[in-house]
Design a binder for this molecule. Structure first.
Ligand code: NAD
Ligand code: ZN
Length: 352
């Protein structure tokens, strides 16, 4: 679990006060990994409490984080200073939060980040790391994974050392998110809830968190909240949705969306929406509500992205999707291999 969290509009201004006790010494900087969408955002940058050798590194989130990107960031940080930083602070969406978690871990674990994609392969605690989301939905602020695309896999570094030491949840930071992106990332949270609440791994913890997040999503997407209430509730939904899957697992939409992402680079939020739109057979109630939400907010889900793919390319996506066995087991049950065949997945992908 994340050990410390603050929530509240404007809480970002407390960052300096929060991290000050964690500074090791004047030579050990805090490194701020910041989404480059904020590069010219003077009011946000003015609130980043730079001291001594602290450094801001702007990073594009146009593509999802890669193992090679993590390795080169780590190399540059090590080359740039004779001692380890005091901490890594990620400011942005799921992409920047995952990068911050991965960099913090790889500063203390030898080798390449691709060696640690999997479950519980990290042996050393990372350096102090703080997550500050600026868009709501992924639950990356609370999860025990950092999802990376490596040379052969899109797979998280899942470990007890991955979660942030501190999270700052300030809904005001989500102010400028473009509408379509707002929807796609938020639907990641909604889909986390549906997949968790209908899965065979469900338990009292995942159920309580999942139901809370689902209710918040309904208020945000089908209710009539003010913009600030909607930002506040969506940030809480993201956290609770993330906690729900931390105690259980995701399902069909995520397994298939990973295939799209690996082959076509489709980003997580939009990829989940593209897949989920076709999953009535697995999640009838969830998909019905999803279609209501897309209609209400006038969002068009891309179609035809698999129209011109070769058999070979379908095979790559199917291999990635089928490799995520716990997701299928959660969604369908222990004997999932009887019904989830390559041809079922090919039919589904062909519709997208
Ligand atoms: P993102 O970080 O990829 O950002 C999406 C877009 O929104 C970017 O263009 C970014 O610049 C923009 N943006 C972010 N905040 C903004 C703001 N306040 N104003 C204007 N623009 C803003 O989006 P995401 O959907 O949050 O994250 C997706 C990533 O999260 C994927 O890499 C996915 O693999 C990962 N993910 C991780 C977990 C986990 O548990 N670790 C869970 C789900 C998804
Ligand atoms: Zn997700």
């Amino acid at each position: 679990m994340v050990s410390k969290v603050v929530f509240g509009r404007g809480s970002f201004t407390q960052l300096g006060e929060i991290i000050a006790p964690m500074r090791l010494n004047e030579r050990a900087p805090f490194i701020f990994l910041v989404d480059d969408v904020f590069e010219n955002n003077a009011s946000l940058l003015a609130k980043i409490p730079l001291l001594y050798n602290d450094q801001i590194i702007f990073i594009s989130s146009e593509e999802e984080p890669k193992t090679t990107q993590v390795d080169s960031l780590v190399e540059n940080i090590i080359l740039g200073s004779s001692i380890l930083p005091s901490g890594i602070i990620g400011i942005g969406g799921g992409s920047l939060l995952d990068l911050a978690k991965a960099v913090a871990l790889m500063l203390t674990n030898n080798g390449l980040s691709q060696d640690y994609q999997g479950w519980d392969l990290i042996k050393q605690k990372g350096i102090y790391h703080v997550g500050i989301p600026t868009i709501s939905g992924t639950g990356a602020e609370v999860s025990r994974t950092t999802i990376l695309t490596g040379p052969t896999l899109k797979l998280g570094i899942n470990s007890d050392f991955t979660p942030f030491d501190q999270v700052i949840l300030d809904p005001e930071l989500t102010e400028g998110v473009p509408k379509e992106q707002w929807f796609y990332t938020a639907m990641d949270c909604y889909i986390h809830c549906v997949e968790s609440l209908t899965g065979s791994y469900l338990n009292a913890f995942s159920k309580t968190y999942g139901e809370t997040a689902l209710e918040l999503c309904k208020e945000v997407f089908l209710g009539s909240l003010s913009p600030s209430e909607s930002q506040d509730k969506l940030m809480m939904a993201s956290w609770h949705g993330g906690m729900s899957i931390a105690y259980s697992q995701v399902g069909v939409a995520h397994a298939m969306s990973y295939g799209l992402s690996f082959l076509l680079g489709t980003k997580h939020g939009i990829g989940n929406c593209i897949v989920f739109d076709h999953l009535e057979a697995f999640y009838p109630e969830g998909v019905k509500l999803f279609k209501q939400m897309t209609a209400k907010h006038n969002i068009s889900i891309p179609k035809g992205i698999c129209a011109h793919l070769t058999d070979n390319q379908f095979d790559v996506m199917i291999d990635v999707a089928l490799s995520l066995e716990p997701l299928w087991e959660n969604a369908i049950g222990k004997d999932w291999k009887r019904t989830i065949t390559r041809s079922v997945l090919k039919d589904l992908y062909s519709k997208m």
